[in-house]
Write a protein that binds this ligand. Structure first.
Ligand code: FES
Length: 122
């Protein structure tokens, strides 16, 4: 059975909030972010499709001003929060790397087989 990685309790992830999480993706240490959008928990690798920058590299948020879309704070690419697809002219149609999540009575979990916990405290 694939190991699942606990993210947080469900009530710790409210709509409009996000958490950063250091994990291994295909054995490479990466930063991911997890957020709740209209009730659904979603996660992506925190790596813009335009340049190798984290979406929250210039501002401490991954959302645009409306809170309805994801936005890279470097040059402003706006992403669909459900698909991770760029809706901007820059890199139109390119997608953030999605990470599979599950939510149950015990909380929010990463269940993506490409993702492993990093050794040591998070
Ligand atoms: S690095 Fe993200 S929009 Fe340019």
């Amino acid at each position: 059975m694939n190991q699942r990685i606990r993210v947080c309790a469900s009530d710790e992830l409210v709509d409009g909030a996000y958490l950063r999480l250091a994990v291994a993706y295909d054995s490479e240490p990466i930063m991911a972010f997890v957020f709740r959008h209209r009730g659904t928990c979603l996660a992506f690798r925190n790596l813009c499709v335009h340049m190798p920058r984290e979406l929250d590299c210039e501002k401490s948020t991954v959302f645009d001003a409306s809170g309805r879309y994801l936005r890279c704070s470097m040059h402003g690419i706006v992403y669909d929060p459900l698909s991770g697809e760029s809706m901007s002219e820059i890199c139109n149609g390119k997608r953030l790397t999605a990470i599979e999540l599950a939510e149950d009575a015990e909380g929010v979990w990463i269940v993506d087989r490409r993702v492993k916990a990093l050794p040591g405290p998070r």
